[in-house]
Design a protein around this ligand. Structure first.
Ligand code: SF4
Length: 479
């Protein structure tokens, strides 16, 4: 990924009707030229970035028809770079057919999109690294944690566990009273506006999207309640639109008032402060928002489109949720996307910064690893994480943040989940389905056929997980 742009940025199409597409700086603004064949000035478009929107005007020389190309290029570059853009288009080839004109236009649009992608990435990098932002603070804080992390990773795993066993047990007793919370996710919808390469819900994946009605959501919650669950995480893809937030508010209120579920956390992605406030008022108490990776290049490589591509905004989202009144905020990284040390120490640093910004906030961690069903076709992790390194990472977080909840989901196989109890894990999911409607269907009703987000590796029931916790000398709690 090349986030730095050397101006002028020169792109070209090929073939008998090749176009040149050049973008150059004009101070803080941009000038763009689109030419092919007998170059000239045919149409000129000016797009202004004003009030958070693109405003475009266009002029054409008499008898020239490049307006659509000039308008599209100026508009697209302006939206990507968020500055004013002037575009001149002048294309002339003798004796060309309507089909060839169409192909030339398509090539011009394609070049504009390529240039816009480069400009957008450059802007995102600049915003991210702008002085004093959360990213800078995370990078500087995580550097302080590097030695501790490396020391843990130099030790054989068994020795590291033995060395810290007593401290973990003591802290768990002091901070959590020896309790392990058991919960389940409830998927309301598998629609999403983002395109994360590792996820089964990603926008570019073609399957029929489903969304539970309020009645269906209540029935799902009832099915979980009948299995002993009292605490749920409501999960959806990221849809930052007010009507969708209203729907989740309604589902939350209905579940809390009509079922035996007593605690609702949410996992809906990055939203506005006002949307978080409405969700909090609906009765949800916790919010989970995973950064996925703290490596900007890996972040842009894996989050291909949608609002989630704005890494700087996502870094600020946990604070927005906390300031909106959520008393618990769960953070996480998806292991396998980037360098393990940078991501795990970045996560610990982010939590510290968040707690400094919002005193009294309870934080939690989750460390999902990329799973096969996270994408279709399957996504292969760039930096696969072994079981041993996964366990060491959990141990590192436990020691770095003794008061934070540590959650282990059913993405992990039973052997790792069993071992996790010695690592100070304080929350375990159980009896999980990751598809909307999955609990009612597994209770014996007709299969929903809805797309799941990932394959569940630990299929043990709620009762079996509760027994496992008790056998470890801990107390399973459900609310
Ligand atoms: S990871 Fe979340 S935001 Fe990304 S595609 Fe999946 S559901 Fe959407």
């Amino acid at each position: 990924m090349d986030a730095e742009i050397r101006f002028p940025l020169r792109l070209a199409s090929d073939g008998p009707h090749a176009l040149s597409f050049i973008v150059d700086r004009a101070g803080r603004d941009l000038l763009c030229h689109v030419h092919g064949g007998d170059a000239h000035v045919g149409s000129v478009a000016l797009s202004e970035w004003r009030d958070g929107r693109v405003h475009t005007r266009c002029l054409s020389a008499e008898g020239h028809r490049e307006e659509a190309i000039a308008r599209h290029a100026a508009h697209t570059l302006c939206a990507a770079a968020r500055c004013n853009v002037a575009c001149v288009a002048g294309i002339h080839f003798d004796a060309i057919s309507p089909a060839e004109i169409e192909a030339i236009s398509a090539a011009a649009y394609s070049l504009a999109r390529q240039a816009a992608g480069r400009l957008r990435d450059a802007r995102l990098f600049t915003e991210l690294k702008s002085s004093g932002g959360t990213y800078d603070r995370i990078v500087s804080r995580r550097a302080e944690l590097g030695d501790e992390f490396e020391q843990l990773f130099r030790m054989p795993m068994a020795a590291a566990l033995e060395m810290h066993r007593e401290a973990i047990e003591r802290q768990r007793e002091q901070r959590f009273g020896g309790k392990v919370g058991i919960f389940a996710p409830l998927y309301l919808s598998n629609a999403c506006t983002n395109d994360c390469v590792y996820c089964g819900f990603r926008r570019s994946s073609s399957y029929e999207r489903s969304r539970l009605s309020i009645g269906e959501a209540v029935r799902e919650a009832d099915a979980l309640h009948s299995r002993g669950i009292r605490a749920i995480d409501l999960v959806t893809g990221e849809i930052p639109a007010d009507p969708f937030v209203d729907y989740v508010c309604e589902a939350t209120e209905a579940i809390l008032s009509e079922t035996g579920i007593t605690r609702v956390h949410l996992n809906l992605g990055s939203l506005s402060g006002d949307q978080y406030r409405r969700l909090r008022q609906a009765g949800a108490v916790g919010y989970h928002l995973y950064q996925e990776t703290y490596d900007p290049e890996a972040y842009l490589r894996t989050h291909r489109s949608g609002g989630k591509r704005e890494m700087a905004s996502r870094l600020e989202a946990p604070r927005r949720a906390a300031e909106a009144g959520f008393t618990y905020v769960g953070l996480g990284v998806l292991l396998g996307l980037a360098d393990l040390k940078d991501d795990v120490t970045g996560l610990a640093a982010h939590a510290t910064i968040l707690q400094e910004e919002v005193p009294g906030l309870q934080v939690g961690f989750s460390l999902p690893r990329v799973q096969t069903m996270d994408a279709d076709p399957a996504y292969s992790p760039v930096r696969p994480v072994s079981d041993e390194d996964f366990v060491r990472s959990m141990l590192f977080l436990r020691l770095a943040h003794p008061s934070a909840h540590l959650t282990l989901t059913t993405r992990e196989a039973p052997a790792i989940r069993d071992l996790s109890l010695t690592l100070g894990v304080s929350k375990l999911s159980a009896g999980v389905s990751t598809a909307p409607g999955g609990y009612v269907s597994t209770a014996g009703n007709e299969e929903t056929g809805a797309r799941a987000q990932f394959d569940v590796a630990d299929e043990r029931s709620v009762d079996e997980i509760a027994a496992l916790v008790s056998e470890a000398g801990l107390t399973p709690v459900f609310d």
